[in-house]
Design a protein. Structure first.
Length: 186
């Protein structure tokens, strides 16, 4: 058990959703003048919500990508809310969206300084080139995530598909750093 508790913040949850139908993006633009749609630049339409504060890309294939949510639940709620808004404004929507979490990005603070030079050797599956980037890049196997670790004890974890994986990854790394005496407090 590490001496300090890691402080973890979920920064962004990316979810994809599939509707088994084509969506007429021009009709969406007519119903929602606030959406962003420039088909000559990008094939998707951007549908922003204030609550939860998210942006959902909608493609005419019926596929959607939601970004900006701060939890898995919020991402799912946002997609369902977008679908509901479309229905409420006369779009014929068949069935429910199939939602999948694609990526969770989190930041964390371990509460101590880290010897990145030694950590690079000790952890394995790392890349550390301080002349090019001040952080150590650690590819964790289980859970399968990538962690950017900084000497300050702060880190960014990306690639998780569930919030529980983020916490497990951060705690596993924290314990390993303590066991190998690579983190210093005070």
């Amino acid at each position: 058990m590490p001496r300090t508790k890691a402080i973890v913040n979920i920064e962004n949850v990316v979810a994809s959703a599939t509707m088994s139908q084509v969506i007429d993006l021009n009709s969406v633009v007519k119903a929602f003048p606030g959406v962003e749609y420039r088909p000559e630049q990008f094939p998707g339409l951007v549908f922003r919500l204030k609550k939860p504060k998210t942006a959902t890309l909608i493609f005419n294939s019926g596929k959607m990508v939601c970004t900006g949510a701060k939890s898995e639940g919020q991402a799912k709620k946002a997609v369902n809310r977008v679908v509901q808004e479309l229905k409420n404004n006369g779009m014929v929507i068949v069935g429910r969206p199939v939602i999948q979490i694609q990526n969770i990005v989190a930041s964390a603070s371990l509460g101590g300084k880290i010897d990145l030079e030694r950590a690079a050797y000790s952890l394995g599956r790392t890349m550390y080139e301080p002349e090019q980037f001040p952080g150590l890049i650690y590819r964790m196997e289980d859970p399968k995530v990538v962690i950017l670790l900084f000497a300050s004890g702060k880190l960014v974890c990306t690639g998780a598909k569930r919030e529980e994986e983020v916490y497990r990854a951060v705690n596993n790394l924290h314990e390993k750093l303590e066991t190998d005496k690579l983190i210093f407090y005070g």
